[in-house]
Design a protein around this ligand. Structure first.
Ligand SMILES: C[S@@+](CC[C@H](N)C(=O)[O-])C[C@H]1O[C@@H](n2cnc3c(N)ncnc32)[C@H](O)[C@@H]1O
Length: 268
């Protein structure tokens, strides 16, 4: 879980090493992602690959269980009905961390399918382990940069919801460009929501909450469901970190926006 404190950011989730402001650009011909990647110039990453501690259980789960829950590699939009073996609303979660919230919500909402994206190997191992232990069949996982997945594999208008919980706050001004919730990415997210679909964000970092409110309010495809910040919906469980923060008097801000119907004024 993230913390509102810069100390935490430097220690783990969303590390902010001083070289993090280096441009992530490399000539397309040198791109280690292969020739297809040349069509998409490198973007500024919202994460830094961290090793973290990989427990034996997470390593074993990652090796033996991920193939069961992973979305097969491929080109073009994912066929959700084929992936989940049924037609149900699909909610995308970006940056599920250790996946505790993901598993909790998926268990509470069996009629919805969830696609979780995370780059952190211990977190992916932890989530697939929880899915197996709880017998949850309504979650699939992609271990890759969500910005690329969204662009390449999620069809416009195909999502019933998007969860972005406690994204790395990148508190230093020179790292703000790494924050996920920025106008271009929010526009891409909104375009992938079905009409009436929701975008739910939460953060415990006040300046990021303000940025989220400003950016989401300015996106023409989205409408705020609340007058400013929203109450936490019952189905978003409090995380361990969040409980501790609340006990210490820290704030948590939820934002709940919905996709407006497509009209002449609101683009598809
Ligand atoms: C501060 S943690 C929060 C984790 C979790 N949502 C929670 O509330 O406990 C943010 C997570 O987002 C992941 N992340 C950041 N940018 C990402 C991206 N572009 N694609 C996938 N995962 C990303 C990080 O690896 C990290 O685990």
């Amino acid at each position: 879980m993230p913390s509102a404190s810069p100390e935490h950011v430097n220690a783990g989730a969303g590390p902010a090493p001083d070289d993090a402001s280096a441009p992530d650009a490399s000539p397309a011909s040198d791109d280690p992602r292969g020739p297809a990647a040349a069509a998409h110039p490198r973007h500024i990453r919202s994460f830094v690959m961290r090793r973290g501690h990989l427990s034996d259980a997470q390593r074993d789960a990652h090796a033996s269980l991920l193939p069961r829950y992973a979305v097969p590699d491929g080109d073009g939009p994912i066929d959700f009905a084929a992936l989940f073996g049924r037609r149900a609303p699909v909610v995308l979660e970006i940056g599920f961390g250790m996946g505790h919230t993901t598993a909790e919500i998926a268990a509470a909402r069996p009629d919805t399918d969830f696609l979780g994206i995370e780059v952190y190997t211990p977190g992916v191992g932890s989530l697939v382990r929880a899915l197996e232990a709880r017998g949850l069949a309504n979650v699939r996982v992609i271990q890759r940069d969500a910005v690329e997945v969204l662009r390449e594999r999620i069809a416009p208008g195909s999502l019933a919801g998007v969860h972005v919980y406690f994204p790395d706050p990148w508190p230093k001004a020179r790292h703000h460009k790494r924050r996920l919730v920025q106008p271009p990415f929010v526009a891409e997210l909104a375009a992938r929501l079905a009409s009436g679909g929701y975008l739910h964000c939460a953060t415990d970092w006040a300046p990021y909450a303000e940025q989220m409110l400003e950016v989401l309010s300015a996106e023409p495809r989205l409408a705020n469901t609340a007058d400013g910040y929203a109450p936490r919906p019952d189905w978003r469980p409090l995380t361990k970190f969040e409980r501790r923060g609340l006990r210490l008097g820290h704030g948590v801000w939820d934002l709940m926006f919905v996709r407006r119907p497509v009209t002449e004024e609101t683009p598809a």
